[in-house]
Structure formats: structure tokens, C-alpha cells
Design a protein around this ligand. Structure first.
Ligand code: ATP
Ligand code: MG
Length: 362
């Protein structure tokens, strides 16, 4: 992976531009974690980049960035935000480039995210970020309070890195979050949800949620973790907490969450419920109710049928046996049959089913 990333840097620098890998990739590389997302900052403009690489998809014009998909990797190539104001002809180019890079790094959120790598794989550490990575500590670039007020998403990013990387917050960051947390209300629910998703879907979700509660961010985020269940997954967490209705969920997320809530409110975990909601919903709903997951899995596996397709008779055959025309009644009969198979009253083989249908409906 590193080879590919360095090759990209070389392609750009060979055309006379400066380019560095920055952010999460370098941070994770120093931590021994591999990632497929690479952020590159460069003196080349998006137009220059498009000329250098052909297979470019989705130019993110709004950010002055280009996204390059190469093999399995994703490169976000972003032009230095500001040109150095000090550049003049007498100044060696290298000095100007370092100034451009430094200005770019100063707008970044945390020191640990400012460490760069050049085309030869050398680490460039202009803002002392490597030390923070080694000490596993989260410090903002510059005054924490003003950086959080400037973009409150950084508060949630701090919580996310605390969760996923198991870093600590510096005292300054902690204090600043307590002072600025009401700024979270300015953020769109979409941006909040994206960051919360990354926290909730991580195996350390509990670590993050404990911090959210400890810092009192739950109130600002309009989330209630009183009944939160951690040992599930992303959807399990969202289903078990109180959420302001303005958080945007996709249709499939909404459907799952509603089903889990429905299943959670049922008293019995009988075969009909296992069949209707399927294994995934039942396991999450059961976990929220404090039931044993293994038991749910075993009960599910023991179901006589898991889907309608497994019923050993078709609607057409039922109509034939009962000499009936297509109608709503057939659907009712089919459902009744399924319920009887599920509770073990009718065996799921054709002869038994026919016998039952004739007895009951003919
Ligand atoms: P990961 O890719 O693991 O989520 P990352 O640190 O690379 O972590 P990205 O969202 O990919 O995060 O952002 C890339 C870099 O851009 C960051 O490392 C950081 O330097 C900068 N950045 C991202 N979001 C912000 C922000 N809200 N404020 C300031 N700088 C930011
Ligand atoms: Mg990244």
C-alpha cells in the first residue's frame, strides 16, 4: 500500500509539484495500522492532477480536491489551502514549499493528523504531531476553544479518535469541549450522524459512548443512552437509544430499527416471531431485552421453516387441493398453514399438509 501511495506522490512531484501524504494514513502507519484511504496535499491544482492521472472519478470540486481510485485504494488529493504570502523570487523554492505546507497543516484539526510523509517515505513533522501519536494523546492545532467553535464537528472527531484509536484527550481539549459543547447544536444532523455512526460501529463503541455521557455531549446531541445496549452493532445501538427524530436514517436503516423496536416489545420469543423477523432482528431485539444470544440462534436454527419458500406446497397446489379460485382467502389459508407448521401442529411435508388442508377447509 505504502508503495502505491509513494508512487502517486512521485507521479505528482515528477511534474514539478510538491506532494505529501498527510492525516489519517500517516498517523495510522506510525501506529502500525493499515488503511486504504490516503489523503495527499499538494501544490498541484485539481486541474493539474486530472492531467497527470486519467482514471479520476468524482472530482470533489467543492473542496478543491480530486478523488483518485486506484486498485483498492482511495486517494483524496487536495491542493494546499493557501499560498504562502511570503514567497518572493529571492527565497529558495524549498522554503516557500515548506511555508505552504505549514499553512495547510495549521488549518487541520489535531496535531496527530498533521504528520506528513514525502515521496521518499520520510516523515515530516512540522507541528510536533509525532510526539502525540507516540503518547496517544489528542491535541488541537492551536487554541482548542477557538478550533471547536470554528468547526464543532471537531468535538465529535476527537471523541471518535478517542474511541477508535484508544487515545486520550489532552486536558486542554477536555476543558475546551466542556466549554464549547453547546456548539454541537449548530451542526447538521447529517454531519453528526456520520460521525456518531463511526463511533457506534466500532468495537470500542462503549468507550466512546461513556465519554459522550461523561462530557455531557448526550444532551447537546439530543440522544438518550439510558437503555443503550453496547454488545450489538451500529443498528443495535441506534435502536436501543432515544434519538431526536431529526437524525436522518436511510430507508433500510429505518425499517430495521422499526422492526427491532417492534420485536423488542413482544413478550414471547416464539417460532412465529423468529420466523417473522428473522435472525438478525431477533438477535438484536433479544440482546436489548437481555436474552441469551446463543439460545436465540439455537431456537432459530431449529425452526421447521425459515422462509415461505420452504413450505412444501405452493399457493397453486393449495387451490388445486381445495378446488378454489385465487382470492384473499388463499392468502389467509397459507398464513394459517405457516403458523401451524411453525408451532409444530402440521409437519412440513406435502401429504401432511394436504391432509390438514382437507380436514380444515374442505
Ligand atoms: P480517517 O480517514 O481514519 O477517518 P483522517 O484523520 O484521515 O481519519 P479524514 O476525514 O480522512 O480523517 O480527513 C483527512 C485529514 O483532513 C485529517 O487528518 C485532518 O488533517 C483534516 N481534517 C478533516 N476534517 C477536519 C476538520 N473538521 N477540521 C480540520 N481538519 C480536518
Ligand atoms: Mg482519511
Amino acid at each position: 500500500m505504502l508503495d502505491t501511495a509513494l508512487r502517486i506522490l512521485n507521479e505528482i512531484t515528477n511534474q514539478g509539484f510538491e506532494a505529501y501524504i498527510v492525516g489519517g494514513f500517516v498517523r495510522d502507519y506510525l501506529l502500525g495500522i493499515t488503511t486504504n484511504d490516503v489523503d495527499i496535499c499538494t501544490s498541484a491544482t485539481p486541474k493539474d492532477i486530472k492531467e497527470i492521472f486519467e482514471n479520476i472519478t468524482l472530482p470533489r470540486v467543492d473542496y478543491g480536491a480530486v478523488r483518485l481510485n486506484f486498485k483498492n485504494y482511495r486517494f483524496d488529493i487536495m491542493t494546499f489551502r493557501k499560498e504562502s504570502e511570503y514567497s518572493n523570487n529571492r527565497q529558495p523554492l524549498e522554503v516557500k514549499y515548506i511555508k505552504d505546507l505549514l499553512i495547510d497543516l495549521q488549518r487541520r484539526d489535531f496535531k496527530m493528523n498533521t504528520v506528513c510523509m514525502d515521496k521518499n517515505g520520510n516523515i515530516i513533522d512540522l507541528i510536533d504531531g509525532k510526539k502525540d501519536i507516540e503518547n496517544k494523546i489528542i491535541n488541537t492545532v492551536g487554541d482548542s476553544i477557538s478550533r471547536f467553535v470554528e468547526d464543532p464537528l471537531r468535538i465529535l472527531r476527537a471523541v471518535r479518535f478517542y474511541t477508535t484509536l484508544e487515545f486520550e484527550l489532552s486536558d486542554e481539549v477536555k476543558t475546551a469541549i466542556l466549554r464549547t459543547k453547546n456548539e454541537l447544536r449548530r451542526l447538521s444532523y447529517q454531519r453528526k450522524k456520520e460521525e456518531l455512526d463511526k463511533i457506534f460501529c466500532h468495537k470500542n463503541a462503549k468507550r466512546g459512548i461513556d465519554l459522550i455521557i461523561k462530557l455531557g455531549l448526550d444532551e447537546e446531541l439530543e440522544l438518550d443512552f439510558k437503555h443503550c445496549v453496547y454488545n450489538t452493532d451500529l443498528i443495535g445501538i441506534w435502536s436501543s437509544i432515544g434519538v431526536n427524530g431529526k437524525y436522518p436514517f436511510t430507508k433500510s436503516e429505518k425499517d430495521l430499527i422499526n422492526k427491532i423496536k417492534e420485536a423488542r416489545n413482544l413478550d414471547n420469543l416464539d417460532n412465529a416471531v423468529l420466523f417473522k423477523y428473522g435472525l438478525y432482528v431477533n438477535v438484536i431485539a433479544g440482546t436489548i431485552k437481555g436474552l441469551d444470544r446463543k439460545e436465540i440462534g439455537e431456537k432459530y436454527n431449529a425452526l421447521p421453516i425459515k422462509t415461505q419458500d420452504e413450505v412444501n406446497i405452493t399457493s397453486n397446489q393449495i387451490m388445486g387441493v381445495l378446488d378454489m379460485e385465487p382470492s384473499k382467502k388463499i392468502k389467509e389459508i397459507y398464513e394459517d398453514l405457516i403458523n401451524n407448521i411453525l408451532c409444530g401442529k402440521v409437519e412440513n411435508n406435502y401429504e401432511e399438509i394436504v391432509h390438514y388442508l382437507i380436514e380444515k377447509y374442505k
